[in-house]
Ligand binder design. Structure first.
Ligand code: NAD
Length: 358
């Protein structure tokens, strides 16, 4: 019998109502100090019909923010703010993970308490722009992290994972995708280091693996997901052999018995379809836990992927913005609403928590 996205399932002792995940989406509506409030609680509660929600990218350190008004999980006010969201989601019968984020060279010195340039494997600037308090500015030339600074960031991920559990999240997703700090260390186009964190595959993955070890030791492997985007070109990501790089990363995830792989297919800046992309199916088979696939899925594509066993869950992001009851609309064949891109980032309830259910 063919499965569908509407099937409930159990993974690592937890029951999920369906196989639809709500993909993490930056919406830039926290306070300037990274504190979410009732506004976020309402937004996530409205979307609690997803089997698993993964909340928007949330910084593990002030200098880890990848834009103004993105949330954090490094101080108590942020933990208390997120508690409003997790309580609201749980009251609605949902499950929600926090996504732990360090934007690395895609951050900005104005977020850094010491005003230092953004953190990076190497002093190579990214193309593009970042939103700071004053508006949109070009990415700066970042600074190459010292090894001692890497240790501090590893501990920050661990502390943020503990904070997430104290805030009532059901687990955490480590953001190792989209050219942010952990992803940038993996890639030989950016990481030209000659110390223990550059060169060989083992060295380039050392930072991510150290984070995963600490987080797994802190909260257990059953509550940990890792987001990877092997084919992204965000932040200038390239790798001479991405299949080998991500095979190695997945082997390390398996050794730690990590529960979830959340894989973004294709180049998230452009398309899910890549001419000479990596073999996603090989990565999925290689991973021993449950797999969430993401990027540009339609209902039919999602059901096909679940039915064939290609994935355990399919994540939808943008369709959830204007359709808080997306799973019910899919179930009943109701039409989908179109949101406006003008309200994706920043602002208040408008274009965020004011979309009606069908
Ligand atoms: P975009 O250039 O419109 O926005 C990119 C970033 O700029 C957003 O992350 C947001 O933080 C910031 N931003 C844009 N307008 C803003 C505003 N008015 N106020 C505050 N911040 C603002 O690009 P896009 O098309 O939305 O996204 C490009 C790609 O990057 C997509 O594929 C998306 O999936 C990906 N993305 C990833 C993350 C993440 O991993 N955390 C966040 C956002 C976008």
């Amino acid at each position: 019998e063919q499965g569908s996205i509407f099937d409930g399932f159990e993974h690592r002792g937890v029951r999920y109502a369906n196989r639809v995940a709500f993909s993490p989406l930056t919406r830039a509506r926290a306070s300037a100090n990274g504190v979410p409030d009732h506004l976020q609680a309402t937004y996530y509660r409205q979307r609690a019909g997803a089997g698993l929600q993964i909340a928007e990218a949330t910084a593990v350190l002030p200098e880890g923010h990848g834009g103004i008004w993105t949330p954090g999980l490094y101080d108590q006010a942020q933990v208390d703010g997120w508690r409003l969201t997790t309580d609201a989601v749980h009251a609605a019968g949902g499950k929600i993970y926090a996504q732990l984020w360090h934007a690395g060279r895609l951050s900005h010195s104005s977020f850094h308490p010491d005003g230092l340039p953004p953190a990076s494997p190497a002093a190579i600037a990214a193309q593009g722009q970042v939103h700071i308090a004053q508006g949109r500015v070009d990415y700066e030339v970042p600074r190459a992290l010292r090894a001692s600074e890497i240790d501090t960031i590893v501990l920050a991920f661990e502390r943020a994972a503990r904070n997430a559990m104290n805030a009532g999240f059901d687990g955490v997703e480590i953001h190792a995708a989209h050219g942010y700090l952990l992803d940038s260390f993996l890639r030989d186009a950016i990481n030209d280091r000659t110390d223990d964190y550059g060169g060989s595959l083992e060295n380039r993955a050392r930072f991510l693996v150290a984070v995963l070890r600490r987080v797994v030791a802190a909260i257990g492997p059953d509550k940990v997901a890792v987001r990877l985007s092997p084919d992204t070109q965000a932040g200038g990501m390239r790798d001479s052999d991405p299949q080998a790089t991500f095979n190695y990363v997945i082997d390390q995830m398996n050794a730690l018995d990590i529960a979830w792989l959340d894989l973004v297919e294709g180049n998230n800046l452009v398309s899910r379809d890549i001419a000479d992309g990596i073999d996603v199916a090989a990565l999925v088979v290689r991973f021993k836990g449950a797999v969430i696939l993401n990027h540009g899925y339609t209902l039919d594509m999602a059901n096909a992927a679940i039915g064939s066993g290609a994935a355990d869950m399919i994540a939808f992001g943008r369709p959830f913005i204007a359709n808080p009851d997306l799973v019910e609309r899919f179930r009943h064949g109701y039409p989908l609403a179109e949101g406006s891109r003008s309200t994706w980032y920043g602002g208040g309830a408008e274009g965020y928590s004011d979309f009606p259910t069908y």
